[in-house]
Design a protein around this ligand. Structure first.
Ligand code: PAF
Length: 283
């Protein structure tokens, strides 16, 4: 497995793989890898012949008060995990390599980027779209893999690929959870053991929503209210939002119907901000 920091070298390595007739997959990550990331790599391995993983903590998607400096980094451990998964190339650039000091052009995520996470984290999705577009144009993958854990991100990347005619197929992969339902996240390392226990409240709120819908509830406000109540029952958790939205447009819905819907929740547990989501299916 090769580790490269230069865009030019990545382009050359991928071009070589293409000359050999290989189908190229990209798994963009910010490192601090866990089983969720590895499930993306494994899905990429199944569907492509040459797998590139990027490891880059992207400064432009963090707000000034967010955890860019503190974000966990351990490239040696990440390399060991990726080596064991049969990855072909790891692209691990520095911010200086990724961004020219006078870089000024960014990608606007449009209205999908202004709701939910985007309303709480202004600029986040523009930073994310900009770096993902750059990664796509550096690695030129046929396929790119993203986790459903960051459902809004996945939805925006799909829309971006469609709207900007990016020649890449975006593939979403299921969220990987601990036995008690907590979604794997690199930020889970911030949780104390008490907070770790309390953090299951996000998944519990999503299961509450799912059960209500399976039992026949169709009023989205009732479902979202029940999610909020579940989070409020946990002393260490502070709700940011609980929403029931159209799974494609992310617009709020009033009534659940045959159209795919998604329940999303964000809460702070101690000092740690966590998000999670689940599909809501009628019938
Ligand atoms: O999901 C992430 O880890 C990041 O948002 C991504 C897609 C790697 C872009 O920096």
């Amino acid at each position: 497995m090769e580790r490269l920091a230069s865009k030019q070298e990545v382009r050359q390595a991928v071009a070589e793989a293409r000359r050999e007739g290989k189908r190229v997959a990209l798994v963009p990550t910010m490192g601090a890898l866990h089983e969720g990331h590895l499930s993306l790599v494994s899905a990429a391995r199944d569907r492509a012949d040459y797998v590139v993983v990027s490891v880059f903590v992207n400064p432009t998607q963090f707000g000034p008060e967010e955890d860019f400096e503190a974000y966990p980094r351990d490239i040696e451990r990440d390399m060991d995990l990726l080596g064991a998964e049969g990855v072909d190339l790891v692209f691990a650039p520095t911010p200086e390599i990724m961004y020219a000091s006078d870089a000024a052009v960014t990608v606007d995520p449009g209205p999908l980027g202004g709701v939910l996470e985007g309303a709480v984290r202004p600029g986040h999705f523009s930073g994310m779209c900009t770096v993902v577009t750059k990664l796509f144009s550096i690695a030129l993958p046929d396929l790119a893999f993203f986790g459903e854990k960051d459902y809004q991100q996945l939805t925006i990347v799909r829309a971006m690929a469609r709207d900007l005619d990016l020649p890449v197929k975006v593939i979403g992969c299921p969220t990987v959870r601990e036995c008690d339902g907590l979604a794997l996240s690199s930020r889970n390392v911030y949780l104390s053991s008490e907070e770790r226990h309390a953090a299951t409240v996000l998944y519990r709120s999503l299961r509450t929503a799912e059960t209500l819908v399976l039992d026949g509830e169709r009023d989205a406000a009732v479902v979202a209210g029940a999610m909020r109540d579940t989070v409020a029952s946990e002393e260490l958790a502070e709700i940011e939002y609980a929403a029931v939205v159209d799974a494609v447009t992310l617009e709020p819905i009033t009534a659940l119907s045959d159209r795919p819907a998604r329940a999303l929740v964000a809460a702070r547990v101690g000092g740690t901000r966590l998000i999670d989501n689940i599909a809501l299916e009628v019938g």
